[in-house]
Design a binder for this molecule. Structure first.
Ligand code: GLU
Length: 328
């Protein structure tokens, strides 16, 4: 794997991969800004991929909001988006089923996949212990004793080895997860035919030649699952860089309930430069929250500053509601 700060002949390729299930909030913008700066500070390319795998939750109007918010902030993408700009089109996951189908075929050829007939309720009722974050480790029921007369359509699961996946995250440092203990066999395709995030994200990052995956550190365990997929597909994994999570005053990860920190509210109270300036200060790139454009921040960006941040960044919504004096 190429270290993130090394000089390579090919420019880095990063991506922002929002799920269009609502308006973006401050946490999404923090991720977008940092990943944009990380590649732009090394003359790389930034790809906008629309992760609209969930047909019930994804809405075209949210894609339009995401794009207008990114443009308003000055975070222009080089490839992708709803206009499908670039050589790896389409850039919306809902249109990339053929690729996922072929990747599933390759994974099936390893002999490590199996049909799983368990419902969520079955799993919740029989598997223990539950992880503290609500995650359930699947015990491999349908692999160990497949039902003789299944009555429902199966999902497709991937067997994981009882092995430690260790990787060096460019922000979070050395990470190690035991796949069998901490994650369990995971789903590649749901019983209703929907593609699972892990399969789609690996298929897409590989196909789009992404060299750096920067996102929130709630996806650290997913990185281990993704590295497992890369190894089965014989493909080099990208560099991973997991950012601290932006949380509300109670220390909870921002969600749709934190209305005051949604882009809709933020755009009513602040200019793009003010929001960017505050995020840059939160990231430790500037000592004061001075209004700035993303372009002005390029020379100030350094991934080593992100390594010094706490795992969780608590935001006081009040800081994003008042109109600062130095508005321009
Ligand atoms: N679509 C995911 C999200 O919006 C991001 C996944 C990723 O960056 O790998 O949380």
């Amino acid at each position: 794997m190429t270290p993130i700060n090394s000089t390579t002949s090919t420019p880095p390729r990063g991506r922002f991969a929002p799920s269009p299930s609502g308006r973006m909030h401050l946490g999404n913008i923090f991720t977008a800004l940092m990943s944009w700066l990380s590649v732009k500070s090394r003359e790389g390319e930034w790809i906008l991929r629309i992760e609209d795998l969930d047909p019930q939750r994804s809405k075209p109007e949210f894609v339009a909001h995401i794009e207008s918010d990114l443009e308003w902030l000055g975070l222009e993408w080089d490839e992708g988006g709803s206009a499908d700009m670039g050589p790896h089109a389409p850039y919306s996951q809902s249109s990339r089923g053929d690729l996922y189908e072929s990747i599933l075929g390759r994974l099936e050829a390893t002999g490590l996949t199996y049909p799983c007939y368990c419902t969520r309720a079955d799993i919740m009722a029989t598997q223990a212990p539950h992880q503290s974050d609500g995650r359930v480790v699947y015990a491999g029921t349908c692999r160990i004793s497949p039902p003789a007369h299944p009555t429902r359509k199966p999902s497709t699961r991937l067997t994981v080895d009882d092995t430690d996946i260790t990787f060096s995250d460019a922000i979070a440092g050395i990470q190690s997860f035991n796949l069998a203990r901490e994650c369990g066999d995971f789903i590649l395709r749901r019983a209703d035919g929907a593609w699972a995030y892990q399969l789609a994200v690996v298929a897409d990052d590989a196909d789009m030649q992404i060299s750096e995956v920067m996102r929130g550190n709630d996806l650290l365990l997913s990185a281990a699952q993704q590295i497992w997929l890369y190894s089965l597909l014989n493909h080099k994994a990208p560099e991973f860089a997991h950012l601290p999570l932006i949380c509300n005053a109670e220390g909870l990860r921002l969600s749709k309930r934190d209305n005051s920190l949604s882009m809709e509210a933020l755009r009513q109270h602040m200019s793009a430069k003010e929001i960017i300036g505050r995020l840059a200060c939160i990231a430790g790139l500037t000592p004061e929250p001075i209004p700035m454009t993303p372009n002005q921040l390029i020379p100030l960006f350094s991934i080593s500053k992100l390594r010094e941040l706490p795992q969780i960044i608590r935001i006081n919504p009040a800081e994003f509601q008042s109109i600062p004096i130095n508005r321009d």
